[in-house]
Design a protein around this ligand. Structure first.
Ligand code: HEC
Length: 249
């Protein structure tokens, strides 16, 4: 080859490469062709036209969108995983099982809630506890926290006598509960609600109720007003209730 011809050929080759580069499909074109539609361009549809023709209706043998086909394969693969997990190896809970698990959980939670409600005591709902365990617990709480000011037997000291009929803040379980819960900070009786649960306050208050009338040695002089329990065993018998029919007991 003559150098001039060779140069010419090289030149042509270079031009061709540049041309190809210019006309190479861009990213979006490739993305569309490979993933989105893969459809044959309208100009070339003639090539994929099937040869049947029903009353003018013809069929194109176009490709399905690749993303859709992949999705289809994935669902097939997934169905095997599902089958294995739920039906062959039984590593997953089926709906009925899941349902009973959820129901059981709810039942457990309800039980827990109920147990908590039983421990929940307020000034309105409080009652005197008189079972030995509760009073024992109350005595323990009293000994640890209250003896310093109210005395081992409730005879009083810095704090008032808890065994007599006189109360500064009213007697009875409700008033005891309130004063122990909220305290009388200005007078040196702290609020116990951050240290004792409502249940514990109920226990210690019930224990204090048992001290009434014990008249311990060194009892502090009465403070406050005389308290008369207006309900409970001390109430007069209900006159509307006739017991005339009861003859013998
Ligand atoms: C630091 C001392 C101190 C401690 C500890 C203390 N109290 Fe008191 N408490 C007092 C004082 C002082 C009063 C009187 C408040 C007033 O004058 O209003 C009082 C009042 C009371 C009252 C009301 C008495 C009334 O006459 O109305 C009750 C009930 C009571 N305390 C229970 C308790 C219990 C239960 C504990 C332990 C959990 C306790 N206190 C611990 C100092 C104390």
């Amino acid at each position: 080859m003559l150098p001039a011809e060779k140069r010419r050929a090289l030149q042509l080759e270079k031009e061709k490469a540049v041309e190809e580069e210019l006309h190479a499909p861009g990213f979006w074109t490739r993305f569309d062709g490979d993933i989105l539609t893969k459809a044959v361009p309208i100009e070339k549809e003639v090539d994929i036209m099937l040869d049947h023709d029903y009353d003018g209706i013809k069929e194109l043998d176009n490709s399905l969108p690749p993303w859709w086909v992949w999705g289809f394969y994935i669902t097939i693969i997934w169905s095997f995983i599902y089958l294995g997990h739920y039906h062959l190896f039984r590593t997953g809970a089926l709906q009925t099982e899941e349902y009973s698990i959820a129901m059981q959980e709810a039942a457990d939670q309800a039980k827990e809630r109920e147990a908590k409600m039983k421990d929940f005591v307020s000034a309105e709902t409080i009652t005197v506890l008189n079972n030995p365990e509760a009073l024992g617990a109350g005595k323990g709480i009293y000994t640890t926290n209250c003896v310093a000011c109210h005395g081992a037997g409730g005879e009083g000291g810095v704090g008032p006598n808890l065994t007599d009929d006189f109360w500064i803040h009213g007697g009875g379980i409700k008033n005891l509960f309130k004063v122990i819960t909220d305290g009388v900070p200005a007078k040196g009786m702290i609020s116990w609600k951050s240290q004792l649960s409502p249940k514990q306050i109920q226990q210690v208050a019930s224990y204090i109720m048992t001290m009434h009338g014990t008249n311990p040695a060194g009892g502090k002089e009465p403070q406050g007003e005389k308290w008369v329990e207006e309900s409970g065993t001390t109430t007069a018998p209900d006159s509307t209730q006739s017991d005339s029919t009861v003859t013998t007991l």
